[in-house]
Design a binder for this molecule. Structure first.
Ligand SMILES: Cc1cc2nc3c(=O)[nH]c(=O)nc-3n(C[C@H](O)[C@H](O)[C@H](O)COP(=O)(O)OP(=O)(O)OC[C@H]3O[C@@H](n4cnc5c(N)ncnc54)[C@H](O)[C@@H]3O)c2cc1C
Ligand code: SF4
Length: 422
């Protein structure tokens, strides 16, 4: 499904993986706190001290089991979680001004080993005769479907794209994880058996009604919609592109930056930060992020911006594009400076050359689905669609929690026994 000459292939693996010795050394630094703040900070509440202790004692299989019991997407989370603001950010070593434990890399060590060795930990529960339709094939639906299978329910995923994995496949920065690794993880998750995946099926509000007749419950894991466009002159010029759309093309196919001497990214969130680093990594000489607020107020993570700066990315703070100019393709961006209240400052207009503009000012919320599910007891939701856009680990947590709610709904309020493991 994915070609080998994808544009994302030029990127390296910026965090890399541990050797056995390095993993052992890092694991042995852990203080194994009793009410560990790292576990509390993890949305899936992985028992971090326990999985690290198991690595330290040479029980890597047990370690991977501990991780996957809480988070079936533990392999991709190990690569893509913003650990600096989650588990690692809460490590007690921070308070001692010492290097915190590299939890993400240890998690990657254990989960990659499980993947490479083909260890499987879970099996489907006894058949309940109930079936659930899941709309969207991203992390939320995958976590939900896997847990539903462990509880004995049939699960069918309807995914509009040709590839599965959602933004884990089409969105996350290639220096964290490439699309084929995400697809491989999906296949590994589907290894539990009995999860049917129908790709190329877009479910609209009308089709949702049909699915409700076919299944006993529905889970909506549809994520967010299209990139929000800028409503300014020239927004429809060629090479003015939504950042998420461009990133998807780069990860699953090819984008060209030939002839692009200066790329401009509009926005100050994490998608904007990814886009500047990606454009730069693809070889664009000058890349500038235009953000309407100050550096201190951008919603993107400071650690990601720091990394971007060291890679040569620049930013113009308190600036608003007012027009994109050019013949058929964008050639210039007309901007104005903003004051502290984000109001244009008269007489501060300026123009910068740009042959590529990536617009990263947000994604649409899928209001139709919100309306379609209103008041329905058999329709559940999770992930970006429900939380407005967070992280993969939140989608994994919410998908699993929804599976437990669906189970209670299907079984008449009783959450039977425990989900099946091997
Ligand atoms: C550019 C970018 C980079 C990111 N980087 C990171 C990162 O480094 N770390 C991190 O933790 N998080 C990151 N995220 C966020 C993370 O990817 C999401 O939080 C997570 O993927 C949400 O999972 P989900 O299943 O809710 O939605 P999605 O991953 O969006 O999956 C939804 C799926 O539903 C499908 N779908 C939508 N509508 C329909 C329909 N009508 N019918 C059928 N199928 C449909 C979509 O095609 C998609 O496959 C990033 C997000 C973006 C945009
Ligand atoms: S899933 Fe993410 S947040 Fe949770 S422990 Fe692992 S790396 Fe940390």
């Amino acid at each position: 499904m994915l070609s080998n000459d994808r544009s994302e292939s030029v990127f390296g693996d910026y965090k890399g993986s541990y050797t056995r010795d390095a993993a052992l050394a890092e694991a042995n630094r852990c203080l194994f706190c009793t009410d560990a703040p790292c576990t509390q900070a993890c949305p899936t509440h992985i028992d971090v001290p326990q999985f690290i202790r198991k690595i330290a004692t040479g029980n890597v299989k047990g370690s991977a089991r501990t991780i996957f019991e809480s988070n079936i997407l533990g392999m991709s989370c190990a690569r893509v979680c913003p650990v600096e603001v989650l588990c690692v950010g809460k490590c007690v070593y921070n308070d001692m001004h010492m290097q915190p434990i590299n939890i993400g890399k240890l998690q990657r060590y254990a989960t990659d080993k499980a993947f490479d060795e083909g260890w499987d930990f879970f099996e489907a529960g006894p058949d309940t005769g109930k079936s659930v339709g899941l709309v969207g094939g991203g992390p939320a639906s995958l976590a939900c479907a896997h847990e539903l299978r462990r509880l004995g329910h049939q699960a069918t995923i309807y995914e509009k794209r040709a590839v599965v994995g959602g933004l884990n496949t089409t969105g996350v920065a290639p220096y964290k994880m490439k699309a084929d690794r995400s697809v491989a993880e999906v296949e590994w998750i589907l290894g539990i058996g009995g999860i049917e995946v129908k790709t190329g099926v877009e479910v609209d509000a009308a089709k949702l009604g049909e699915l409700e007749k076919k299944h006993d419950a529905i889970f909506l894991g549809v994520g967010l919609g299209e990139d929000t466009a800028m409503k300014i002159p020239g927004a429809d010029l060629a090479n003015v592109v939504g950042a998420v759309e461009w990133i998807e093309q780069m990860k699953t196919g090819r984008v060209t930056v030939e002839g692009v001497k200066h790329a401009v990214v509009v926005g100050g969130g994490n998608t904007a930060l990814d886009a500047v680093r990606e454009a730069r990594g693809l070889g664009v000489e000058r890349v500038t992020m235009l953000y309407r607020g100050t550096e201190a107020h951008m919603s993107g993570y400071a650690h990601e911006w720091k990394a971007g700066e060291t890679e040569g990315c620049r930013a113009e703070w308190q600036v608003l594009p007012v027009a994109f100019e050019g013949n058929t393709k964008v050639e210039r961006v007309k901007c104005v400076k903003l004051d502290a209240q984000k109001k244009p400052i008269h007489g501060t207009e300026f123009t910068i050359d740009a042959e590529l503009v990536l617009v990263a000012i947000g994604q649409a919320k899928l209001a139709d689905f919100k309306e379609a599910m209103a008041g329905k007891k058999n329709v559940f939701a999770g992930g970006d669609f429900q939380n407005g856009g967070k992280e993969v680990v939140n989608a994994a947590a919410e998908g699993k929690a929804a599976a437990k709610q669906i189970h209670a709904f299907l079984m008449g309020g009783t959450i039977a026994a425990t989900p099946r493991s091997r």
